[in-house]
Design a protein around this ligand. Structure first.
Ligand SMILES: Cc1cc2nc3c(=O)[nH]c(=O)nc-3n(C[C@H](O)[C@H](O)[C@H](O)COP(=O)(O)O)c2cc1C
Length: 407
């Protein structure tokens, strides 16, 4: 039977979501010292019917891998590396779930990308202390003891997500953050248990997944959702890895662990690698082992979302949901023609964009951009940290990082 956007979907552990549309993780730059703020709650609360499930933005699972980005001194990445974050996280999960949306939390160690941490004068850690030409700060090599602690932290973060009432967690293995840094032979130059052969470059991901799964089996409701996000390739001047290797990683992970889904981070949902005439979505299907697949990338309309279903089980809709928080609801109610496709000063308010997101998308240099951005150019605060961090002349900007196209 042909897949419909409005189908409900049941994951292998029993959780059912009411559509095939997913809101992917997107940073809101709305944390204050890592705490959920009123801006965070207003933004996510407005999206309680955006999709079948929302994956909340990358949230710091270890203190030494946080914070990554910020737009102002007190507006940075959310965190869950301490119990003190629990009350805010509980409010966040409640706000998302109030109309039936499922709430997942993306847990993340940002590794070398902790650029705001560097601005704060704190050490930034990575698998190898290499000189990265596009970073203007020094990297410190993680010790074996630190690596083992970070793995435990992923487990504790999961435990807190369960306590906060989230329906699941997504392990952030994509977009150049720590898990990807360990998998990439470009950024991982180690020769110990954590690096060297392809097998050893998989070890960090495997052990993080083992710890998260251990906690979930012990402490979560039976239908708790666990997903893994990956960028299928890391190809810049040199090759970190290609899809031949990343499908082996996903096979190794799904052979060993019963993931509910695997989420491919793509610049465009129907992207194909250079050496295949099949899309990444199609190429990963043979290694899913019962997990559902989510793909993402440039789905800006109902038509594109329908088209994406030719290649996957679930389709994630990012920027289009930033513009119209009712994207999923309107499709569910047969009102797809009423979806707002362009940002405007009125829509900024209706969509409850956080000040951090307004500042990001009113910057005419920002890519990927929102259609209609010229109308909000006057809202940009020149000289904010965003401008400094995102456009500091390096190639480490958000479009490169998040869409996996770092040159
Ligand atoms: C403002 C913004 C913030 C993002 N933050 C995250 C994040 O926290 N974690 C992540 O895995 N991807 C992040 N992404 C990538 C999105 O999840 C998604 O893959 C990307 O936007 C492509 O989808 P789209 O074309 O539908 O927007 C972010 C993207 C944007 C535009």
């Amino acid at each position: 039977m042909t897949k419909q956007l409005t189908d409900s979907v049941t994951f292998r552990h029993g959780a059912t979501i009411s559509s095939r549309i997913v809101q992917p993780p997107m940073l809101t730059n709305s944390g204050k010292d890592g705490f959920v703020t009123e801006d965070t709650l207003a933004y996510y609360g407005a999206r309680s019917q955006s999709a079948g499930m929302i994956i909340v933005e990358y949230t710091g699972s270890s203190e030494n891998g946080w914070p990554s980005r910020s737009w102002a001194a007190d507006r940075e990445q959310l965190a869950i590396f301490d119990d003190k974050f629990l009350p805010g996280m509980t409010k966040l999960a409640t706000a998302i779930k109030k109309d039936g949306n499922k709430a997942l939390l993306q847990i993340c160690h940002t590794g070398r990308e902790a650029n705001y941490r560097a601005t704060m004068g704190k050490p930034v850690y990575a698998p190898s202390a290499m000189d990265v030409p596009f970073l203007d700060y020094k990297l410190h090599e993680l010790s074996d003891e630190q690596i083992r602690q970070i793995i435990k932290d992923f487990g504790t973060a999961t435990e807190r997500a369960i306590k906060a009432g989230f329906d699941g967690v997504e392990i952030h293995g994509a977009n150049h953050y720590l898990l990807q840094e360990f998998f990439s032979k470009w950024s991982n130059r180690r020769t110990d248990h954590w690096g060297g052969s392809l097998e050893k470059r998989m070890n960090f991901a495997k052990e993080v997944c083992a710890e998260v799964m251990r906690v979930v089996k012990q402490e979560a409701p039976k239908d708790f959702i666990v997903g893994y996000r990956i960028s299928p390739e890391e190809i810049h001047d040199t090759v970190g890895y290609d899809w031949h290797e990343s499908t082996q990683l996903i096979k190794a992970l799904t052979d060993q662990f019963d993931f509910d889904y695997v989420h491919l981070s793509l610049p465009k949902y129907d992207t194909k690698p250079k050496d295949s005439d099949r899309t990444f979505g199609e190429l990963f299907q043979p290694v899913l082992n019962g997990a559902k697949e989510i793909i993402v990338g440039d789905v800006m309309s109902e038509e594109a979302a329908k088209d994406a279903l030719n290649y996957t089980d679930l389709v994630a809709v990012g920027r289009a949901i930033l513009i119209d928080p009712e994207f999923g609801l309107k499709i569910k109610e047969g009102r797809g023609d009423q979806i707002v496709h362009e940002i405007s000063p009125d829509q900024v308010k209706a969509a409850k964009l956080t000040p951090g997101l307004i500042n990001l998308f009113s910057d005419m240099k920002m890519e990927p951009h929102l259609p209609g951005r010229e109308s909000i150019a006057h809202l940009h605060e020149a000289g904010s940290l965003n401008a400094a961090v995102i456009h500091n002349g390096t190639k480490s900007d958000i479009s490169d990082l998040e869409q996996g196209t770092l040159k």
